[in-house]
Design a protein around this ligand. Structure first.
Ligand code: UGA
Length: 425
């Protein structure tokens, strides 16, 4: 078992640290935020992430995980150093590496001899070299080990991954990192760092492409009178296509896809290749936000002013409290911008959010629906399926539901005289 320092306790870092501790390693997690560190020492998890609280609590009780302030306090005691710091999108679409560079520069001087530094953050192609430069240590190897964790199922994804990718120019370092996963049942693939970095971007960009394609097919279904649910079911039986990731929606979002697709397009451009397909993938997504908003506005009639919209869902997908790049926010900005009054409910969001200054957030889906002319569903929280629809009918002034996730049971709504407008049906 190894001693692993994890630098950055965001959802990737905290999940990585907690899961490595669960696998039996000794983990020291570091962050620059003193409040966060204090809360984590008490087992308080700052994010909504299924199962993470239990894994952290068990690791704390077993003495397998510690939380410290500052990267050096973790790194000077460890053999492996996982960099899990943010790489936000810069103004020109490229990834901003300043956190990564600062972390590498900070830990470089005090790293134990022959330790291995691992890039877990999604970093531009070539960043393994950048980290090596900022570490400035000839005895320390830098390895890429990209994460493929989904928010909401990150613990499961870490412990039961589809694959583990290791990018290293040094074979011994690759073997040492691979050994950290010896208790995980998954194919371990070793390649060079640039290929590992590209695998991460290509995977996210492919999935985003799949979703933009599905959303475009949904639009086509509306034009030709097909039902996208049946179309994607029929497509998904083909093993080459697969059943996963075929659900149309109000557009895709989150902290990863928009940033990574833009970054990959930018990387391609920097290397002299105009990746037009990716630009179209982003454009189709923008159009999907607009189309979903337009459905709501069309249902309100010629003038949205003074009309009331109930919105169910604010997070970028169910199972998380993450609002970053949420399609729901994109849609509601357009709806409230047109003059409609919006009242929203989301089980993970207790109060108003700065991104939507004109939107009131309430703590009950039926309260949100009070006197609403139109209801729009924007996040696929399962609980929306089990709302009392008789009460919903009593509460609402209008009878139109825009189901942006094709989530609700149409028959139940139709029996209560609702008109249901979905995506692609
Ligand atoms: C994504 C990837 O799925 C992870 O593999 C990757 O590790 C992660 O980004 C990352 O780079 O860190 P995540 O951002 O948690 O994970 O979100 P997803 O579950 O992939 O969903 C992204 C968006 O696509 C959401 O807005 C979701 O609602 C939408 N989506 C997903 C659909 O509209 N339809 C689907 O069928 C699936």
């Amino acid at each position: 078992m190894a001693t692993i320092a994890v630098i950055g306790t965001g959802y990737v870092g905290l999940t990585t640290g907690a899961c490595f501790a669960h696998l039996g390693h000794d983990v020291i997690c570091a962050d620059i935020d003193p409040d966060k560190i204090e809360r984590l020492k008490n087992g308080e998890i700052p994010i909504v992430e299924e199962g993470l609280d239990r894994v952290v609590a068990e690791a704390l009780a077993a003495g397998k995980i510690r939380f410290v302030l500052g990267a050096t306090n973790a790194s000077e005691h460890a053999e492996f150093h996982y960099l899990c710091v943010p790489t936000p999108q810069g103004a020109d679409g490229s990834a901003d590496l300043s956190y990564l560079e600062a972390a590498a520069a900070e830990i470089g001087p005090t790293l134990p001899k022959n330790s291995v530094v691992v890039n877990k953050s999604t970093v531009p192609v070539g960043s393994t070299e950048v980290v090596a430069k900022f570490l400035n240590r000839s005895d320390v190897k830098v390895v890429s080990n990209p994460e493929f964790l989904r928010e909401g199922t990150a613990v499961q994804d870490f412990l039961n991954p589809d694959r583990v990718v290791i990018g290293a120019s040094d074979q011994e370092a690759a073997i040492r990192v691979a050994a950290l996963y010896s208790r995980v049942r998954a194919p371990i693939m070793v390649t060079d760092p640039v290929s590992a970095e590209t695998i991460k971007y290509a995977s996210n960009a492919f999935l985003a492409t799949k979703l933009s394609f599905v959303n475009a097919i949904a639009t086509l279904c509306e034009h030709v009178g097909a039902d996208v649910n049946d179309v994607t079911l029929g497509m998904g039986y083909d093993k080459r296509i697969g059943k996963e990731f075929l659900k149309p929606g109000p557009g895709w979002g989150g902290s990863c896809f928009p940033k990574d697709v833009a970054a990959l397009a930018r990387i391609a451009e920097d290397f002299g290749y105009d990746f037009t397909l990716l630009r179209e993938v982003l454009a189709v997504n923008e159009a999907q936000f607009q189309r979903t908003a337009q459905k709501v506005l069309d249902a309100l009639g010629p003038d949205a002013q003074g009309k009331k919209v109930a919105a169910w869902g604010l997070t970028f997908k169910a199972g998380t409290d993450d609002l970053r790049e949420s399609p729901a926010i994109e849609v509601l900005q357009r709806v409230s911008g047109a003059g409609a009054q919006v009242v929203a409910y989301d089980p993970a969001i207790p109060s108003e959010i700065p991104q939507l200054p004109l939107v009131q957030v309430v703590s009950d889906p039926l309260v949100a629906a009070k006197d609403a002319d139109v209801l729009v569903v924007l996040t696929e929280w399962p609980e929306f399926k089990f709302v009392d629809f008789d009460q919903l009918a009593d509460q609402m002034a209008g009878r139109t539901v825009i189901d942006g996730r094709n989530l609700l049971d149409r028959a139940i709504l139709k029996r209560r005289n609702f008109e249901v407008i979905g995506i692609g049906r």
